[in-house]
Design a protein around this ligand. Structure first.
Ligand SMILES: NC(=O)c1ccc[n+]([C@@H]2O[C@H](COP(=O)([O-])OP(=O)(O)OC[C@H]3O[C@@H](n4cnc5c(N)ncnc54)[C@H](O)[C@@H]3O)[C@@H](O)[C@H]2O)c1
Length: 363
């Protein structure tokens, strides 16, 4: 098998889908690896390390796409890459097709075997390839939020931890999954007042037990959301319905009642966002203001910490990449139900129910 690793081209992206260590493992298992020049540089890995691990380093991304049976990426292919995708090629990456109808059309037309990191399932039904990036985005959401809360950045000037004798900032986290729980952890660690809302009582119980009253856990319903969002200095959107477009949980009306200079970080933007007034931003222009509230919605937040994110991501993908090399693509998929759940497009069809539903296809 030939694995191709292109350099990521999304604005501000710094991650790479393969470390020299993963490259060494793939080569030892019998794969050939073609890397685009400087693909790992923003994550701190130089070409010489990949060469030493057995990769062939090529100058152009077109050479990577042309030569590979399996393209290993981080972000979904962007329009500039559509023409490089070969008919029938296999692609293992984040796809987020529910929020990407154009890409879905390209993958179907080219009969791409699209395996999405975000829907690969562990034996416990969880999403092991989403988890590390969600943890990073959750942790980052608090440091990003506190940055934009600063007066010089247009924020309300609230210090999340406050000081003795002042009210700490109020962080409201909607969604208590991987990203939400890590946002809660950082916010609580900073000394903020933290409220977290979810529909899943088990998630709320776990946080309640962990924080022993230092964090308020609430059922996610319109009444609770209305009250808590209006009082939030920093609102973090962290909901997910697997593979589906994110539901609008916080309405524009709720946002309009927030204090001026408050901040929203909608982590769920890669699935369309869970806040009505949100639209995607980029690392170049990360925020905009609406209703006097600063909105941040960068779909590739982990790129802010390319080194940690690359190591976290590839540690999670490694067992699956190794399986694909060892058993071949079809063999690995048919023998591993969790990997098969990652298949989003196959033979010109959407192969994942929630994605098909979100895009209006019949699967
Ligand atoms: N922007 C980025 O850079 C970035 C990075 C990583 C992950 N993400 C995205 O963040 C989102 C969250 O991922 P995750 O791993 O934390 O998901 P998760 O499945 O671990 O958690 C999602 C939580 O949302 C809850 N939920 C569903 N509907 C809800 C509602 N109406 N109100 C409140 N809670 C609700 C679920 O019960 C669950 O606890 C996903 O869209 C993921 O793709 C974005």
């Amino acid at each position: 098998m030939i694995i191709g690793v292109p350099k990521e081209i999304k604005i501000g992206e710094t991650r790479v889908s393969m470390t020299p260590s993963l490259c060494r493992r793939c080569v030892a298992l019998g794969a050939r690896v073609i890397m685009e020049k400087s693909a790992g540089i923003t994550a701190g890995f130089v070409d010489a390390e990949y060469r030493a691990a057995g990769a062939k380093v090529v100058a152009e991304s077109a050479q990577v796409w042309r030569g590979a049976d399996l393209i290993l990426k981080v972000k979904e292919p962007l329009p500039a890459e559509y023409r490089l995708i070969r008919d029938g090629q296999a692609l293992f990456t984040y796809l987020h097709l529910a929020a990407g109808p154009d890409l879905a059309r390209v993958l179907l037309k080219k009969r791409v075997l699209g395996i999405a990191y975000e829907t690969v399932e562990g034996t416990d039904g969880a999403f092991p390839l989403l988890k590390p990036m969600s943890q990073i985005a959750g942790r980052l959401s608090i440091q990003i939020g506190s940055y934009f809360l600063q007066s010089q950045h247009g924020g309300s000037g609230v210090l999340l931890g406050g000081i003795p004798g002042t009210m700490p900032g109020h962080v409201v986290v909607v969604g208590a999954g991987n990203s939400g729980a890590h946002a809660v952890q950082m916010a609580a660690g900073m000394g903020a007042r933290v409220t977290v809302l979810d529909l899943d009582t088990r998630k709320l119980e776990a946080l309640d037990t962990e924080y022993r009253g230092r964090v308020v856990t609430l059922m996610s319903n319109p009444a609770n959301l209305e009250r808590e969002v209006a009082d939030a200095d920093l609102l973090v959107g962290a909901v997910l319905i697997p593979a589906a477009k994110a539901p609008t949980v916080v309405t524009r009306q709720m946002v309009a009642r927030m204090r001026r200079g408050s901040v929203i970080v909608d982590i769920a933007i890669d699935q369309g966002g869970c806040i009505e007034s949100i639209r995607p931003t980029s690392h170049e222009n990360p925020v905009y203001e609406e209703h006097g509230v600063i909105h941040y919605a960068v779909p590739n937040m982990p790129a802010l910490v390319g080194r940690t994110s690359t190591i976290g991501l590839t540690q999670a993908t490694e067992p699956y990449v190794a399986m694909l090399v060892r058993h071949g693509i079809e063999g690995a998929i048919s023998s591993t139900p969790g990997l098969a759940r990652g298949v989003n497009t196959e033979n010109g069809k959407i192969a994942y129910g929630a994605v098909a539903k979100a895009l209006g296809y019949t699967s």
